[in-house]
Every structure is written in C-alpha cells, then in structure tokens.
Design a protein. Structure first.
Length: 246
C-alpha cells in the first residue's frame, strides 16, 4: 500500500511525525509537506510562479520526503510528479487545531485531502486539539487506520474528515459518524489611523449544535468522522428554481 502524507503546518510540525509513524505500519509512506505553515490556505494552488522544492532526510518511517515552497494542495500535485507512484491513500495532518464545522472551507489540512481526492486518491484529513504531545494520538490513529483499512471506509465519493476530542479528554471514549456543525471562526478587522494597515482580530461565533454534529462529538470526548462531499450543488435549490413561477 502506497500512502502519501501531507499537511499544512509545515514539514517540521510534530503532527506529521506522528502521522508518518502511524502510517508506516500500513504501507510505504511518502511525505510532501510545505516549507512553512500554510494554515487557512484551503485548496489554493500556485499557478503564476515556479515552485521550489528540496529533499531533506525523511521523517522516521517514510521512504521518501519532499519539502515544497507552496500550499498544501501544491504538495499533493508536486508529490505525484516527483515520486511517480500510484498512491492508494492520501492522509493529511495531523493538524494541531480542530477542523470542524465551517473550518473545513478554510483548512489547508482538509484542502490538501480534497485536492488528492479530486486527483483520484482516497483521502483522509486528521486534526486534533492544539496541544503538543497528546499521548493517545499515535495509538488512536493506528487503531482508526486499522479499522478503516479493513473496511475500506475511506473508499467512496467523499473525503473523511477526522477530529480527535477536545484537549480536556484524556482518551477518546469512542467514534461517532457526524455531520458538520455550525460554529464559525472569523476575523474582524481594525485599521491604523492612516487606513493603510488592517489588523485581523480572530473571533468565533457559536450556535446551538445538533447532537449529531462534529462539534458535539469532540466536546463530549469522541472521535468525529465526517464524510465530506465533493459536490457542493444544492439539489433542492435546483428544483425550487426550476419550479419557480416566471
């Protein structure tokens, strides 16, 4: 099994080391990671300039590794050309910071997984609380992957978005298949007196979440697995528009 590992936190992030170590138990691991952190880059790709790369000593567990001066989605495309390997799976992460609810529209971690899926590779995005050295991450990732590989849960017209519980949880209580929550992270802006500099001020808008949401799952100590569709078409809206009186 050939596995491509990517992330958006950069090639020196501890989360990617954990993911590589876990995936090495299941196949041949190839790593393509950005040189710098690329959070909130979504599926952005580089189209008007060249992309530089270098080949460092691979992370322990990886056969080969490339570092890309580009976005997480760039990493996927560059990896396919550089490694010239038919990949059976792409895994992205482990991101230090959850990617739930509307985060998925901004996340470079999810963006890289979706890019891989668009290119025909089954894909999974992994995210966890922004806490270094969560002791259970390696063991729980291996456990999840073992179950998903046996059932081929990651094979389908979707990307699996996996989030481990919030930081106060010592160990996950189990796994829940979830839907996206409603919480929205956003930036309001303040400007300098001359109006030439705008400073982002991070904020979060919370909503009453449904029990089936990814937000509720991670708050209650469970691993959340949300299948993300690649088709954003609102089918109900099509029917409404077609039946709208002219």
């Amino acid at each position: 099994m050939n596995i491509l590992v990517v992330n958006d936190d950069g090639y020196l992030a501890p989360g990617i080391e954990t993911l590589v170590k876990a995936m090495a138990l299941f196949g041949n691991v190839y790593v393509a990671a950005p040189k710098e952190g690329q959070s909130a880059k979504s599926m952005a790709i580089t189209i008007k300039q060249n992309i530089n790369v270098f080949y460092p000593e691979p992370i322990v567990g990886a056969k080969h590794m490339i570092v890309v001066e580009g976005t997480p989605a760039d990493c996927v495309g560059v990896a396919l050309k550089a490694f010239n390997v038919d990949f059976d799976l792409c895994v992205s992460g482990i991101n230090y910071g959850h990617n739930v609810a509307t985060d998925i529209f901004y996340s470079g971690t999810v963006g890289a997984a979706r890019e891989a899926k668009f290119l025909g590779i089954p894909s999974i995005a992994f995210s966890a609380a922004a806490v270094p050295n969560l002791e259970y991450l390696f063991d729980e990732t291996v456990k999840l992957m073992d179950e998903m590989k046996e059932s081929e849960l990651y094979v389908g017209p979707y990307v699996l978005n996996i989030n481990f519980p919030k930081a106060h949880v010592a160990k996950p209580l189990g796994v829940k298949i979830t839907k996206l929550g409603k919480r929205h992270q956003h930036s309001d802006f303040s400007s300098t007196k001359d109006g030439l500099v705008f400073v982002p001020n991070y904020g979060v808008t919370h909503y009453l979440e449904e029990d089936e949401s990814d937000i509720k799952a991670i708050e209650n100590g469970y691993v959340s697995i949300t299948p993300l569709s690649l088709d954003n078409t609102n089918q109900e809206a099509i029917e409404t528009i077609l039946n709208h009186p002219s």
